[in-house]
Design a protein around this ligand. Structure first.
Ligand SMILES: Cc1cc2nc3c(=O)[nH]c(=O)nc-3n(C[C@H](O)[C@H](O)[C@H](O)COP(=O)(O)O)c2cc1C
Length: 185
């Protein structure tokens, strides 16, 4: 069902960023074409080299290259994608996306994207339960963004509760179901 789909994966600076590697592998196994965008902070958690190797495409991190002046077109990336999946999405990126604060390539691309957007939040339980986060998520839902609810369980902080990014195989299944319903409608 996902064969040939162009998936733009946005990775932000959560401890769950390691799951992005497996997510890319699963999507490539489904014969998707995968391009990855990373925030600056995401690169502290997982390297662009890992994700470019697994996706078989260069990873985009910056709006432009400071030495060559070459710039990445967020418009092109947004138009290219059949789906923009942001996983994991931090509280900070959710907030920026909700208010349209395009101070990085990932958020600029979100604003330019014409495809369906899927977001998998990942954060500590108190961050997830905070009114600010809840309100940002509701804003995105109202706008038609598909929110992949985080699971409940043990978190990297040692706390227990909601906030764990959903597992990559569950995310891939949600995308498959989406395209399957679309095909049948
Ligand atoms: C070890 C560590 C783990 C973190 N994990 C998360 C997380 O899971 N979710 C979150 O919202 N922020 C987390 N943060 C904070 C973000 O990295 C920070 O807010 C950052 O500015 C997010 O930037 P970005 O959204 O542009 O990628 C973590 C920070 C550290 C040091």
């Amino acid at each position: 069902m996902l064969k040939g789909k162009k998936i733009l994966l946005g990775v932000t600076g959560s401890i769950a960023a390691y799951k992005a590697a497996y997510l890319v592998r699963l999507l490539v196994k489904e014969q998707c074409e995968v391009k990855v965008l990373m925030t600056k902070s995401a690169q502290d958690f997982i390297t662009p080299l890992t994700l470019s190797t697994l996706s078989k495409n260069p990873v985009n991190c910056e709006t432009f290259d400071k030495t060559s002046g070459q710039w990445n077109s967020h418009i092109d990336l947004g138009y290219w994608a059949d789906v923009f999946l942001i996983a994991p999405a931090t509280a900070s990126s959710l907030a920026k996306i909700a208010i349209g604060m395009a101070d990085n390539l990932l958020v600029a691309t979100y604003l330019a994207a014409r495809c369906p957007v899927w977001i998998a939040p990942a954060m500590d339980v108190d961050m997830f339960r905070h009114e600010a986060t809840k309100s940002n998520i509701q804003t995105l839902r109202n706008r038609g963004v598909h929110i992949i609810e985080p699971a409940s369980g043990e978190l990297a902080s040692g706390l227990i509760g909601e906030g764990r990014m959903e597992e990559p195989d569950v995310i891939v299944k949600e995308l498959k179901d989406f395209f399957s319903k679309k095909k049948n409608s």
